[in-house]
Design a protein around this ligand. Structure first.
Ligand code: DI6
Ligand code: FE
Length: 404
């Protein structure tokens, strides 16, 4: 018999569709094994429920665990000196073209041992868990060779096995051109396609991503990569329209992309393509803020088109060195004008969609029992505050309690 836990007297934000926040004032949740079995008002808890454990939350807030659907958590080194260079006037693109930027992290990643990569990434994952994250997507993209890309994906898989968090892996070999392929981007894409077959055979990949931009890869190159992904039955997503409009989002939509991410330069035609394909728009306010971008993603147009919006940390050492999903919620509201509820749906239900996961992101019978308990009365408080200690009291991962 599966272990059954009853959580009583919670302020509940289930994110069920059709009602604001999926709100229940004095709610209760029964978990059975890794799943949620029952949700409702506390007064309606069936008298014959036999739970192995019961917790009275005394009016604390209970939400789905957060889903961080876009991170680059596995890498070596850091880029604080590059931050100083940018403060002295160098641009992100100039640093990248001069061989710094992503490529400096590639050098540090290749030089790091598996253990060092694992422990630094585990520290970062724990920080995310401390703010309620129960599922995280982790991209490769700082190895840029057969050996080092596979190593980073294997580290991400190991995090999923050894930490109480679900890890989805994404192969991002098409992140930057490594020095050994300088001037030979097409050859590099061919090589990356070969690696992808091998990574897939080893069970290391859940999705395929690329960086489609003038300092990344062209739409034609991304198309070749996506064609290979399709052959392998792997879903795709894309860093699209971050620094310029390359038509990447429309291309990704043609491949039925789970998501298109960044999107500051997204065109109206690409919004329509994303809507028709059911792709999620992943907004990354950390990168927007840290690179001092001034071009806002077209939030109102996405809203009008009914494209689901997610929000993520984009944790990476170059453009978004944050480990705070709650700060990203606040920035999504202050910088991008999302409502607090949109920011929350962006870190729960819509983030799950962006990973192709239908079993989480809301609290409902049959879904995974991934929950977060907060020292707050309403989730809007988390979008409103920024900085300071985490209000997350504990997380429940697949029905098992963990202290945050
Ligand atoms: N866009 C980003 O914002 C990150 N990757 C990408 O394609 C930045 C990666 C880095 O600067 O290390
Ligand atoms: Fe990214």
């Amino acid at each position: 018999m599966n272990h059954r836990t009853l959580w009583r007297h919670a302020r509940l934000a289930t994110f069920a569709t059709g009602q604001p926040w999926g709100w229940i004032d004095d709610g209760a949740v029964l978990t059975e094994g890794a799943r949620t079995a029952w949700v409702g008002t506390d007064a309606d808890v069936p008298a014959d429920i036999r739970a192995d454990a019961e917790h009275d939350l005394g009016g604390a807030l209970l939400t789905p665990g957060l889903v961080d659907c876009h991170t680059h958590l596995v890498y070596g080194g850091e880029r604080a000196a590059e931050f100083e260079q940018r403060l002295q006037g160098a641009t992100y693109e100039q640093i990248a073209r001069a061989g710094g930027g992503i490529r400096s992290t590639v050098a540090a990643t290749r030089a790091a041992s598996d253990e060092a990569l694992f422990h630094s990434a585990a520290r970062r994952a724990r920080a995310l868990m401390g703010e309620g994250v129960t599922t995280v997507e982790i991209k490769s993209g700082y190895g840029l060779s057969a050996e080092h890309e596979a190593r980073c994906l294997a580290v991400a898989r190991r995090l999923g096995r050894e930490l109480p968090i679900t890890v989805c892996t994404t192969s991002l070999a098409a992140h930057a051109l490594p020095p050994e392929y300088a001037g030979r981007a097409d050859d590099y894409v061919d090589a990356a396609i070969g690696w992808l077959h091998d990574q897939h055979a080893r069970g290391l990949v859940d999705a395929v991503d690329g960086f489609c931009d003038t300092i990344g890869f062209t739409a034609a190159q991304v198309e070749r990569l996506f064609t290979a992904a399709r052959t392998l039955g792997l879903p795709v997503k894309l860093h699209a329209e971050q620094l310029s409009d390359q038509g990447g989002a429309a291309l990704a939509a043609r491949f039925g992309a789970l998501s298109c991410d960044h999107l500051e330069h997204l065109s109206p035609q690409s919004i329509a393509a994303m809507r028709d394909a059911g792709s999620v728009a992943v907004l990354l306010p950390g990168a927007y803020y840290f690179l001092r971008d001034t071009r806002l993603p077209p939030v109102q147009a996405l809203r009008d088109a009914g494209v689901p919006m997610a929000v993520a940390t984009d944790h990476n050492p170059g453009s978004s060195p944050t480990l705070s999903p709650l700060l990203m919620m606040n920035m999504a509201c202050t910088l991008f004008r999302l409502t607090p509820e949109e920011a929350w749906r962006g870190f729960t239900a819509n983030a799950a969609l962006a990973l192709g996961l239908k079993d989480r992101g809301r609290i409902a019978p049959g879904l995974r029992a991934d929950l977060a308990v907060w020292d707050a009365e309403h989730p809007r408080e988390m979008a409103y505050r920024f900085g300071g200690p985490s209000p997350c009291r504990r997380v429940v991962v697949g029905g098992v309690e963990r202290n945050a």
